[in-house]
Design a protein around this ligand. Structure first.
Ligand SMILES: [Zn+2]
Length: 157
């Protein structure tokens, strides 16, 4: 089983998941992906177990959990855990700052292709459609016309 580690991205509010001993990296820029990624590194969204951190549970809001997940990730940069399958699912390689946030290289031929200008859930939680969970790109698309509440979840600096 290969190991993965987390690195702070170069743009402040993003993260890079890197294969330990391998050359592959996965850029995570979508705040919806933070709870799923943080969970991989040991974070628990809520003790009730009714949420993956991207939807409200009776005790906590998604915004609160997404913020906490980002904080958890900041505090666990450099940790190593077993790869739960991120690198068998997809590889995203940003080639320059203008393209960060867009998906430039994808090694998942049976999942279709990402479309420019759309937002996809790469990791998500166990109950969300995401690329890492084996869903197709179209299933993993986040509807930007009707997004979950994401206001003020993260500062940009
Ligand atoms: Zn709860």
């Amino acid at each position: 089983m290969s190991m993965i580690t987390i690195e702070q991205g170069q743009f402040g509010s993003d993260y890079v998941v890197a294969q330990v001993g391998g050359g592959e990296t996965l850029l995570v820029t979508t705040d919806y992906d933070y709870p799923g990624l943080a969970s991989t590194f040991g974070w628990v969204p809520c003790d009730c177990g009714e949420t993956d951190g991207t939807v409200d549970c009776p005790h906590r809001t998604a915004s609160e959990m997404i913020s906490e997940a980002a904080e958890y990730l900041d505090n666990h940069v450099g940790d190593e855990v077993e790869d739960p399958g991120y690198f068998s699912a997809v590889v995203v390689v940003p080639s320059n700052p203008e393209e960060v946030g867009q998906l430039t290289t994808v090694a998942a031929p049976d999942k279709g292709r990402p479309e420019a200008g759309k937002v996809y859930r790469l990791i998500g939680g166990s109950e969300s459609a995401s690329i890492a969970n084996g869903n197709t790109w179209s299933e993993s698309e986040i509807d930007q016309d009707n997004p979950p509440d994401r206001q003020d979840t993260l500062g940009n600096c």
